[in-house]
Design a protein around this ligand. Structure first.
Ligand SMILES: Cc1ncc(COP(=O)(O)O)c(C=O)c1O
Length: 410
């Protein structure tokens, strides 16, 4: 094969072969049915969905699906080209304005995915800058730095004191600093230390960019014009996000000043050289944004099930996290195969979880997420499966699969 090929790829392929033979391959599974936002059918058996980020359950809300169907009927299924050349539809412009009001920013640019929103940021990173990134940042933010022309530096996860030090060192030669972080971190589910990181940004006169993929609809008041308590208007210069989580759709955005919007629209290659987000996806996200502002009960339900999950884990002996959000990540001692065996054991107990192995995470872990659609009984079922399969005792270096489920380790 003449493609780029590494030892790592070979090892990964061997693990895939092993996992498929053991019926423990967690990835690209076909969910043959999806009866409710909280349930899936995998391999013919019904399971509680603990691998979804449809936080408010809106991807299955009739008002959202109908809005998508109506938009497809009215505007067609595709804009058939990039927004720069082929134009968009009224619905795109209206939604950009609504999102700008929701986020309290002068301008919003839509992109086809959240990944592309972040990649488009690369055009803002020039040779005279240094981009300082949290070490847990999502791949799309990492790739934006790789694609840009600025120097890249990283700081210890959510550690504002280390951020300060990195900023001090990296700006000695006169570079202008940019800080790149997530609001709620996608793998571990923890919350950005907003006051400390914001203060650090102000101290160093740094541009602060926050990817809000996992907090929109999850945190705060969410009322018109006010994004929420956790992210006051002044906390970031530029905000990116996705519609593929609480907004029940697909697509992304970059929000900031009119100048930022101009640069993204003309030089952000991932936004310029890729087709517009389809009208149906815009309509779905727009309907969901209205629902989440008008019906706070969805967020309340999410807060309740998240608290139930965290309380249950605490009863199992897992140390409490600072913020009881909808994502919980439990490290799994051992290699990728051990993690995949544990994933299968969870599925056998009716829980479809998300297995993360390197390089997606520095060490293997099992991620569980809940949504407003989960019932208390379903969360109890998740907790029972976790206690059967994983040892979450704080005396261990990290939760690890119980002996019965370890099978093979890599
Ligand atoms: C923090 C973060 N940013 C960006 C993305 C990419 O969003 P999308 O799925 O819309 O491409 C994700 C998706 O997993 C994410 O978790």
């Amino acid at each position: 094969m003449s493609l780029h090929h590494t030892t790592h790829h070979e090892e990964s392929l061997a693990v895939e072969h092993w996992a498929r033979a053991a019926d423990s391959y967690p990835y690209y599974r076909v969910l043959s049915e999806h009866p409710t936002p909280a349930e899936v059918v995998v391999d013919g058996r019904q399971a509680v969905n603990a691998a979804s980020t449809d936080y408010l359950g809106l991807a299955r809300d009739g008002r959202v699906t109908e809005a998508a169907a109506r938009a497809a009927a009215r505007h067609g299924t595709s804009c058939s080209g990039s927004p720069l050349i082929s134009g968009t539809r009224t619905i795109h412009r209206e939604f950009e304005e609504e999102l700008a009001a929701f986020l309290n920013r002068p301008a919003v640019t839509l992109t086809a995915t959240g990944y592309q929103a972040n990649l488009a940021l690369a055009c803002l990173f020039g040779e005279q800058q240094v981009v300082v990134s949290d070490r847990h940042n999502h791949a799309s933010l990492v790739d934006a730095v790789r694609l840009g022309r600025a120097m890249g530096r990283t700081y210890r996860h959510n550690d504002a004191a280390h951020l300060d030090k990195v900023l001090r060192d990296a700006t000695r030669d006169g570079r202008t600093p940019v800080i790149l972080t997530e609001s709620v971190f996608s793998v571990q589910g923890d919350l950005l230390d907003v006051p400390a990181v914001t203060a650090s940004a102000r101290r160093h006169d740094a541009t602060l960019i926050i990817d809000r993929a996992h907090d929109i609809g999850v945190l705060g008041e969410g009322g018109p014009g006010g994004s929420n308590h956790a992210f006051p208007d002044e906390s970031a210069d530029i905000v990116t996000g996705t519609f593929s989580k609480a907004l029940g759709s697909v697509g992304g955005f970059v929000a900031g000043s009119v100048e930022v919007s101009h640069v993204i629209r003309h030089y952000g290659r991932a936004a310029v050289f890729s087709a517009s987000i389809p009208p149906a996806a815009v309509a779905a996200a727009r309907a969901a944004l209205r629902i989440l502002q008008e019906e706070p009960e969805h967020r309340t339900a999410l807060t309740d099930v998240s608290a139930q999950l965290h309380d249950g884990l605490a009863r199992l002996g897992h140390p409490r996290t600072a913020w009881p959000g909808p994502i919980v990540a439990l490290p799994v001692d051992g290699g990728a195969k051990t993690c995949m065996s544990a994933w299968r054991a969870l599925l056998d107990r009716g829980v479809f979880a998300a297995a993360f192995v390197p390089p997606a995470a520095p060490r293997p872990l099992m991620r569980f997420s809940v949504t407003a659609a989960h019932t208390p009984a379903q969360v109890d079922g998740m907790l029972q499966a976790i206690s059967d399969v994983l040892d979450v005792s704080p005396s261990l270096p990290g939760p690890r699969p119980r002996a019965a489920t370890t099978g093979t380790s890599s």
